[in-house]
Ligand binder design. Sequence first.
Ligand code: FE2
Length: 357
Amino acid sequence: MAYSVLVNGVLDDFHDEVSVLSLTESQASALFRLSTNLARTGGPQAPGVRAGAEISASTLREQLSPDQTEILDLYAQNRTTVLIVNGMIGVSNDAIPPELPSKESLTDDFRCLTIAARSQILLALVKNRTFAYDLDYNEVVRLVGNFKGGGQNRIANEPPPDEVELSSHSGLALGAHTEPPYYCSFRPNNGHSPPPSTLILSARWNPLREPTVVIPVSGVLEAIGADACQELGRRTFNFSRPDSYVSGDEDGNAVSILDYDASGDFAIRFNAYRFTTPKDASKSAQAALASLKRELTRAPQIRVPLESTNAMLINNTKALHCRDVIQDNRRLLVRLFGYNSSVSAIQLSSDPLLIKG
Ligand SMILES: [Fe+2]
């Protein structure tokens, strides 16, 4: 398996799809100060912080060089697959605990809120609006850690293996996927909103530097060929609902995997362990799905060890992500979603922005 690891801010491959924004010390200090201020007022879940993040991003933008601004603008225009932000100030005096605290105790934790607020500012810098889905219990900030078992090492109250959730709240390996929902790509369809344009991930603790894995999709689509891509664009596939969603939202039927917008730009929605073809699917649809799954296992990967001084913005329409089984149960990531300006969605409330999934 070919892969590329971020080392000292340099990726040795994927030049055309991955950008790295390295902050100077004074920019990092300004971002830290702005993030801390937003965390003090409650972080991304609190009313008013949405506007605060926009103002903070404008303040920070004034300090950026033309080259840095260009990196952000290209991402905002949906022309970048992965954007890594380096050189940030981590949360200070933050010793790694002997074991991962409960999700409940971390939700309002100031250091988690600071990282989350920082991510919201970074999303605003690339013209993405931060939001939550009703499907995700209205949570703007998702803490990704082994709260439910399934990691390399058992946690207290580990459930039996067959009862461990296949979600970001467990320690299980997760196959290649884009973030759901999977009903549509650009505009609402049948009462459902599109998936996020961006997921941004950073870490509070990652003692073993366990990587987050990203698979850019453009090379995979080239490998499977135009005919298979055409099949993936038909509304012939089914998916099962994610484990972590609120109950009531069930499986999806007759959806496409690949979409193209008016300008010919593509968006993929896929999950290697949730998508299937119906029993009466054509041979060509079955072959296209099998071919996509096969090429995804061969595709080059980007493996980024997240920490509190970096963040990764994954373009959820152009890359899949996955992870190996979690080794150190103290690993804690912080995740937020953003929509870029070309996506329209079903808005349930505006501050914080809540979307019907
Ligand atoms: Fe995910």
